[in-house]
Design a protein around this ligand. Structure first.
Ligand SMILES: *Cc1c(COP(=O)(O)O)cnc(C)c1O
Length: 388
């Protein structure tokens, strides 16, 4: 076993690198979650987090992973047997619709090729055909982490409106919030699902639902069984700065620090930084002579880039060499993309030189694995990074 020195490069698309400032904030002693100090923290965090979702409405925080926040979005807004419209953009969209089925919902799953986002035209056609309004919600994964494809939520909103359909819009932003431009209120999203461990630069363990007035209204009349996930007691307790059950106290300290960092940098700059790092990464991939999985330039992800392997080469073999030799973790191909792609995470706490180091490791790994590549990839990325 090789002894590695320096820091491990965690370049998977979540969990992401946690800044030292956030780790230090989390190392403070745990306090009484029913005391005044905690109440002040909760009220501050619940206010600041709204800015990241671009909403003025409530944001419900659970001690849970993103999967829990998926479930909360469904059980609060739908009746048992309710119909939902989902789109096969990749592995995460598939898992979310699997969950919907296991919760007893009826899913209309529109097939996809895992290289494109949700087609707004298809949303409009499906909803226009549903003249009796049996579809109660449209579920979209904003940034499909398994493919590096970002769906265009504003266009999907317009498609729903053009069809004149009242369905709720539920959006998974687990790997886009705090990395890719996102506007809960402006885009008329009803529930935004998020998690702590990706763009928010925290360890795993917090799940989020940003909730529109329409979704809150639906939660008062729908009858899906729920208890832990019920928004209402959380929103009620949050008014005084508390939670119905024990919150993840130290993760909330971390969230407080992470939000301060994101807002100090400015969300516009955060989005620009991610888009620029994504552009540099694509420049490297193309110079290597390899293909980016995302097939539509309007849908390139700012959070991660999925790289297609040439025929006859195994992506997991490349990842294994890179981990052993250079102490860097890259994302694996998931589901039907296993072995066919690897994913470079470039979201969260990252700067130009960390990205350059990441791409240097990928380039050497490809060479060592015997994948035919042009060694000009890193230089192509540096050409992008040289300008701000
Ligand atoms: C990571 C991720 C999830 C799952 O979140 P967990 O925290 O692993 O439960 C869901 N959706 C997307 C798009 C993700 O990237």
């Amino acid at each position: 076993m090789t002894t590695h020195t320096g820091r491990h490069f965690l370049q998977i698309p979540g969990p992401t690198n946690v800044p030292d400032r956030v780790l230090r904030a989390m190392s403070a002693p745990t306090i009484d979650h029913r005391g005044p100090e905690f109440s002040a923290l909760t009220l501050r965090v619940l206010e600041a987090v709204k800015t990241v979702f671009a909403t003025t409405g409530p944001v419900v925080i659970y001690p849970a992973s993103g999967t829990g926040a998926w479930e909360a979005a469904l059980v609060n807004t739908l009746d048992p047997g309710g119909r939902v419209l989902c789109f096969e953009t990749g592995h995460f969209a598939t898992l979310w619709q699997d969950m919907a089925r296991s919760l007893g919902l009826v899913v209309d799953f529109v097939p996809g090729d895992w290289r494109h986002g949700v087609d707004p035209g298809s949303v409009q056609d499906k909803l226009a055909a549903d003249t009796s309004h049996t579809v109660k919600a449209v579920c979209v994964v904003h940034n499909e982490t398994s493919t590096g494809v970002t769906s265009r939520i504003a266009d999907i909103r317009r498609a729903i409106d053009a069809a004149g359909h009242p369905a709720l819009l539920l959006v998974d932003t687990v790997s886009s919030l705090g990395s890719i431009d996102y506007r809960h209120d402006e885009w008329g999203v009803d529930v935004t699902v998020a998690g702590s461990q990706k763009g928010l630069m925290l360890p795993p363990g917090l799940g989020f639902n940003a909730v529109s007035a329409k979704a809150l209204e639906a939660s008062r009349t729908t009858s899906h069984p729920k208890s832990f996930w019920d928004w209402k007691p959380v929103i009620e307790a949050n008014k005084r700065g508390f939670f119905p059950c024990t919150p993840a106290t130290n993760l909330l300290y971390g969230l407080d620090a992470a939000l301060q960092m994101l807002l100090a940098e400015g969300l516009a700059q955060v989005f620009h930084r991610h888009a620029r790092h994504a552009r540099a990464t694509r420049a490297a991939v193309r110079a290597w002579g390899l293909e980016v999985l995302c097939a539509d330039e309007r849908e390139y992800s700012g959070s991660l880039t999925a790289v297609l392997m040439p025929e006859g080469h195994d992506a997991d073999e490349v990842r294994k060499i890179i981990l052993e030799r250079f102490d860097m973790s890259l994302g694996a191909g998931l589901g039907k993309l296993t072995g066919r792609i690897f994913r470079i995470g470039h979201l969260g706490h990252l700067n130009d030189l960390s990205l350059a180091g990441t791409l240097a490791g990928v380039q050497m790994g490809l060479e060592l694995a015997g994948v035919p590549t042009d060694p000009s990839g890193v230089n192509a990325a540096l050409d992008v990074l040289r300008s701000p």
